[in-house]
Design a protein around this ligand. Structure first.
Ligand code: NOJ
Length: 554
């Protein structure tokens, strides 16, 4: 079978920006759209093709933008609609694509729709949200036993109308009722509003929780405490009636129809949780659903050859070509990945090489390219509403044992641009940014790493360049070369028809001598910036890899 040319979105690289933390031009300590525009050349020069922005829509900012009160408005904290238009145009001028973050599942409780809905039982917006009577005798118990994702009951009692409303995330984020066709229509119009402006795609927030069981049946017991990327069960509930319902999967097909009204092609990437096999349902039988889903498997996998081999094999099996997998190491909700590698830049370079050479679309979270570390904050001063929620509980030991971070502040600190005060994040050197700049900024920052050829930043830059220049890397099919017995390294080839390229990754502290599949290998890339060739003659026809070295050759 001859491989077809891939569409732009099937071979792109996406960079995620958390707007609050990227660059502040007004000097109030919070990042803004003008700041992003200022830094577009940095992104272009890095080799980024597509940028996804966490929400900058109108919002009370209780969940920093994931609580929207105006889906077609820009929050003044970040700028104006005019700033947005300039951002979009400036990105397109640089041949970059722009992806917005759509929170379809819920609104803020300050959204005019919810304010109206909560006003009385008989107002026209009542059934835009999910309201139910409490359990008898006096209705003061929640309608069922459903649990919210961050813990606690998923229902909040409204004294005014003496009913409960449902929320999957936090109480100030009431879930919309998609069984009401008006809600669907309104949200589809919002999608069209942004597409008409020229937006190239959407990231869909917790899409797997769009629909709930119509008759609100009680959930079943599960032994799982924490949610994982393999199973949606958590907090001792199966989440059988509130997550991944067949209606939600059908909804992803409808969303695809909306974006397919537009040319050139746009794309949807879904934040959905479950096993890889479950996620493949969202892609649709003919990839007529979401263009892609986030595959978070690498985020909670042990960084070993054995585990990675298993994960990659499962992904390749569940989503074979022409389906497009995604590779995510981190985002605004998770511990920064370099900190899961003991903050070791050598290992980060190796993993970056893997992420950017597997088959599919890599997602890079801002700051990953310079090795920004996760920061530990006291829950008492948490900005993150989840951290706030748990700040009164003595969680210290449990959190340590489970190696989790309750507050998400640690991965959302300001971008480290240079060694000046506030790391160059804010135009105001004396302002206190919304989250403190980590102490590491004097060593870890863009300006410093730019000057150092062997920095992580320059490694990402070289990787993105080699990926762009070699179609086999961004579009080729994938096949493992080494056997399951090899525990020290991963080797695989990418190929388009008869043309192939090889990737070798040494996950061990040892030097390795590995077989070379070609007579005179041509080195395209090494995590070692000063390696210029592969001298196989010196090693009996074998390739020598230094500890944690990754190479690409032909
Ligand atoms: C998932 C988002 O990634 C997270 O940041 C947000 O708090 C929740 N959804 C609620 O929208």
């Amino acid at each position: 079978m001859l491989q077809k040319e891939l569409s732009w979105w099937q071979k792109t690289v996406v960079y995620q920006i958390y707007p609050r933390s990227f660059r502040d031009t007004t000097g109030n300590g919070i990042g803004d759209l003008k700041g992003i525009i200022e830094k577009l050349d940095y992104l272009k020069d890095l080799g980024v093709e597509t940028v996804w922005f966490s929400p900058f829509f109108k919002s009370p900012q209780k969940d920093h933008g994931y609580d929207v009160s105006g889906f077609q408005e820009i929050d003044p904290i970040y700028g104006s609609m005019q700033d947005f238009d300039i951002l979009l145009e400036s990105m397109h001028e640089r041949s970059m694509k722009i992806v917005l973050d759509l929170v379809l599942n819920h609104t803020s409780d300050q959204h005019p729709w919810f304010i109206e809905s909560a006003f009385s039982r008989d107002n026209p917006k009542r059934d835009w949200y999910i309201w139910a009577d409490g359990k008898k005798p006096n209705g003061k118990k929640p309608p069922n036993n459903w649990k919210a994702l961050p813990g606690g009951p998923a229902w909040k009692y409204d004294e005014n109308t003496e009913q409960w409303y449902y929320f999957h995330f936090l109480p100030f984020q009431p879930d919309l009722n998609y069984r009401n066709p008006k809600v669907k229509e309104e949200m589809f119009n919002t999608i069209r509003f942004w597409l008409d402006k020229g937006v190239d795609g959407f990231r869909l927030d917790i899409l797997h929780s769009i629909y709930e069981d119509e008759s609100l049946r009680d959930d079943e017991f599960s032994w799982h405490l924490l949610p994982s990327n393999k199973n949606v069960a958590s907090l001792f509930r199966k989440h059988k009636y509130d997550l991944n319902l067949p209606e939600t999967i059908d909804f992803s097909f409808e969303l695809r129809e909306v974006i397919d009204e537009y040319q050139p092609e746009r794309f949807l990437v879904g934040e959905v949780f479950g096993s890889i096999e479950e996620m493949s349902k969202y892609y649709g039988p003919q990839n007529n659903g979401l263009n892609m889903c986030f595959l978070f498997e690498f985020m909670d996998s042990k960084p070993t050859v054995k585990v990675y081999k298993r994960v990659i094999s499962r992904i390749e099996k569940a989503l074979p070509y022409p389906y497009i997998p995604t590779f995510v190491y981190g985002n605004h909700d998770s511990i920064r990945y370099i900190s899961r590698l003991n903050n070791n830049p050598q290992k980060a370079k190796l993993l970056a090489t893997m992420q950017l050479t597997l088959r599919g679309v890599p997602f890079v979270y801002y700051g990953e390219e310079i090795g920004m570390r996760n920061v530990k904050f006291d829950l008492k001063t948490s900005e993150d509403p989840i951290g706030k929620k748990y700040s009164k509980f003595p969680l210290g030991t449990i959190v340590k044992l489970l190696n989790i971070s309750v507050s998400r502040d640690g991965c959302r600190t300001p971008m480290q641009w240079n060694s000046e005060p506030n790391a160059g994040f804010s135009s105001n050197e004396t302002v206190e940014p919304w989250l403190p700049v980590p102490e590491s900024y004097e060593k870890i920052n863009v300006e410093k790493e730019n000057k150092n050829p062997s920095s992580l930043l320059n490694c990402y830059r070289r990787l993105l360049k080699v990926r762009k220049e070699n179609k086999i890397l961004s579009e080729g099919l994938f096949e493992f070369m080494n056997g399951d017995a090899d525990k020290d390294y991963l080797s695989y080839r990418k190929y388009i028809n008869d043309d192939e390229i090889y990737i070798y990754l040494n996950f061990s502290k040892k030097e390795l001598l590995l077989n070379c599949p070609v007579e005179s290998p041509d080195l395209y890339f090494s995590t070692l910036s000063n390696r210029v060739a592969l001298d196989i003659e010196a090693y009996n026809g074998k390739i020598k890899l230094t500890p944690f070295e990754g190479i690409i050759f032909k």
